[in-house]
Each structure stands twice: as C-alpha cells, then as structure tokens.
Design a protein around this ligand. Structure first.
Ligand code: GCU
Length: 413
C-alpha cells in the first residue's frame, strides 16, 4: 500500500476507452494444469473449486464456517404493516448463540395475502433498516455508522432524522405487490465499514487476538458471510421459501452480493447493482476505479493478498468474469448506469459476457448479448444485464428489471 501522500498523487482515473490497455483474460474453462474443461462434471469437480479458492486466497479472503449455535430472536411482528398489505417482522441474529454482540437485525416484509412460503429479495443497506422504510415503528439501528449528515447520522449513530432516508432505493410496496418478500440487513451490524484492524463486528468473534492472515476475510467477505447467516435464519422461517432467495446489493454491497452468491449455492439468484471495481467490473481494464485506488481508499474491504496486484492486474490468476462464472448455472443479473463511469459499465457488461461459456457448458440459455445493449434496453436470459440512464444509485427502473427477472426464474412466467 502507498503512503497517504503517494496515494494523493495517484494518476487520474482513466475514462478514455482508447487508453484501456490490451489484456488477456484467464479462461474460466481451462484448468490450472492447462486442460480444457469440457463437461459440467469437470467444471463442478475441478475448475469451479480452483476458481473459488483463488478468489478466497487472492481477492476477498477465506471466511470461517457457520457458527454452531446461533440464536434467532423474533423481536416484533406486525400483521398489518404497509396499510395491511404486509406482514412485518424483526429478527435478531446472535452469532455467538449468546445474547451479546455481534448481533445483526433482520427487517422482513412479506405479502400478507400469501398462501404459501414466498420468494424473497435479500439485501444489505448502508445506514440501517429503519432508513429503507417510512414506517416509524421499526427499530432504530444502534450500531456504528459512517458519517453522513444528509442521512441523519450524528456522531456515527443513526438519529430519528435518518428514518426513511434510503427508501427510494427499496420500493417495498412494489416488491410486495409483485408477490415477493424483502429481507433487509444493515451491513455494519455484521462488520462496521472502517479500517479498525478487524477488532469489531463478526471479525472479533474469530480474530480477536490478531488481524486476519493475508488470505483471510476482509470486510466484504464478512458481509457476505453475514448474508449466508441470514439465509440460515430464513431456512427456519416457514413463511419464506428459502429455495427462492435473490441476494441483491448496490455498489460495495453489490460486490458483496456477488461474493455471497459465488460461495453459497443456496442463493438462487444473484443481483449486482453498480458494483464496479472488485465487483462485476473487469480489473484488467483499469477504467474508472482501479485496484490501486480501491485498496488504498478501503484497505479493509479485501484480503491483504489483493494488494499484490495493485498496478499488476495482469498477474491476477482470475478476473471478475470468473466471479460471475462461480454463480453458474444460477441466474445472475448485473446492472450499470451511464453516468456511473467510476464503476466501468463496459467492464461490468464484459464480465457477464465472458462468464457466458460456463453458463452454456452447464446447459443454460446463457446471456445472448455479444455487444453492449442500448441504454434502458435490458437483456434477460439466464444471465441479465442493463445499462440505464442516470447515476450511481438504485432506481425504480433497476427494481422493475429485477422483479421481471425473478418472475422468469421463480414464477416460471
Ligand atoms: C466508492 C468506492 C466504490 C464503491 C462505492 C460505494 O465509490 O470507490 O468501490 O462501490 O464507494 O459503495 O458506494
């Protein structure tokens, strides 16, 4: 890593397509021994484990197994939420099995008129579950948060002012009307988003004495691990169809949903919204945010081994198309925004495209888009992609596509 002064002098981000370096991507369908993978079995038995291991050791870091005795506590149930449309529950997950920190709180909305277990979207948020809803009787988050006056965060804590501040990103009523549930979790319940030497959050359960080794979990991996623990809870909830859980995340939390979906095959559908560098975007393109910038600005997100590839992207044994390939054959959706050049929309598109051969080998319809589609013209087969007008955000347009995509794969329509 660079000194802060050297980091401040880093080169300007490249936004010029003609300046994208030439590169050769590692082939997801050639094993480390140079053998072409030509059957689904060989993919599952040989190549997929190799790629997974590379992402674990070189990019996000290895995570521990699920804890033995977690404690789930339903802390509230409201049967007439959202004017009667929804059942709303809050559930606390105690990772150690004891009623102490670390603890994550799930906010769950389910369609009230459902007659059988429902498919759900699950996603992490940036400032607490109470920020995604206008309902003021949802518990106000009590954990540390990044400073943000606009969002009503004061002294790193949420205030009543922060209620509903992120509701535009979570169209709960629309999700409910379309027959889905929503499960929300604040990422900082799992691991606070700052470089604390891994002393708090779930890291503290496992790494209390020393910082994780260079191939052990950073914060993104911890968040992804937390999503899997939330899924452990969902498997015990009779109102939810745990075989139909779509994990969705935006930006740093989109990087997280991809890594969660790549590792945990119980996630039936995976969505990356504007995830960019270290998410869906190809690192070798060095367009917008680069490994250099991300690892210096957020040294806690990835494992320490990832630093080896700063300005040496060609040495990476993987690139992000291989992260997408780990999700195969399950449906995956990547979304970009025109003004979100920092996240490299074209690099996000290319990851889907270059993961397609794996989806095809596994007998799915694949992607079917060779060139980037037009703006606001989604492509949806087993793999989905769109680039919409506007900036780095989650919009109703994005959700409309995710709901359509989920309909195709979960409801067979
Ligand atoms: C920063 C960071 C990105 C990240 C984004 C976000 O812009 O550089 O990598 O995706 O924050 O999470 O909003």
């Amino acid at each position: 890593l660079l000194t802060p002064a050297a980091h401040a002098q880093r080169p300007k981000p490249n936004y010029d397509e003609s300046q994208v370096p030439e590169f050769k991507l590692p082939d997801p369908l050639v094993t480390s021994k140079g053998k072409k993978v030509d059957s689904a079995e060989e993919w599952q038995q040989v190549r997929r484990p190799e790629i997974l291991e590379l992402f674990e050791t070189e990019v996000y870091g290895k995570s521990p197994a699920a804890p033995q005795d977690m404690l789930f506590e339903v802390t509230s149930v409201k049967n007439d939420a959202l004017g009667g449309k929804a059942i709303r529950k809050e559930v606390s997950v105690y990772f150690s099995g004891k009623k102490e920190e670390p603890r994550m709180d799930l906010l769950i909305y389910l369609p009230a008129k459902a007659t059988k277990p429902v498919p759900v979207f699950m996603g992490l948020n940036f400032y607490g579950n109470h920020t995604i809803t206008d309902e003021t009787d949802v518990k106000l988050n009590d954990h540390w948060m990044r400073a943000n006056k606009e969002k009503g965060i004061v002294d790193h804590k949420a205030t009543a002012d922060s209620r509903g501040k992120s509701s535009s990103r979570w169209p709960i009523e629309k999700i409910i009307d379309r027959g889905y549930g929503l499960v929300a979790i604040y990422c900082g319940d799992i691991d606070p988003d700052y470089d604390d030497g891994f002393k708090n959050g779930v890291h503290a359960l496992y790494n209390s004495k020393q910082k994780p080794a260079p191939d052990e979990w950073g914060t993104i991996a911890a968040w992804a691990w937390g999503l899997s623990r939330a899924l452990d809870y969902l498997e015990t909830d009779k109102q939810i169809d745990a075989n139909k859980v779509a994990v969705m995340g935006h930006s740093r939390l989109g990087k997280t949903s991809l890594w969660a979906g790549a590792q945990d095959p119980r996630f039936a559908l995976v969505i990356s919204n504007d995830s960019g560098c270290g998410g869906a975007a190809l690192s070798r393109r060095r367009f917008g945010e680069t490994l250099h910038v991300i690892n210096n600005a957020f040294p806690h997100w990835f494992c320490d081994n990832f630093n080896k590839y700063i300005d040496k992207e060609n040495d990476l044994p993987v690139d992000q198309h291989m992260l997408i390939s780990l999700i195969a054959p399950r449906p995956v959706y990547v979304a970009s925004a025109v003004e979100d050049r920092w996240a490299d929309p074209k690099g996000e598109f290319l990851s889907v495209k270059y993961a397609e051969p794996v989806y095809k080998l596994l007998g799915t319809s694949g992607f079917g888009a060779d060139k980037m589609p037009g703006i606001n013209e989604p492509v949806q087969k087993q793999m989905g992609y769109h680039i919409r007008t506007g900036k780095h955000d989650v919009t109703d347009f994005d959700w409309e596509q995710y709901l359509n995509f989920a309909d195709q794969h979960f409801q067979g329509s």
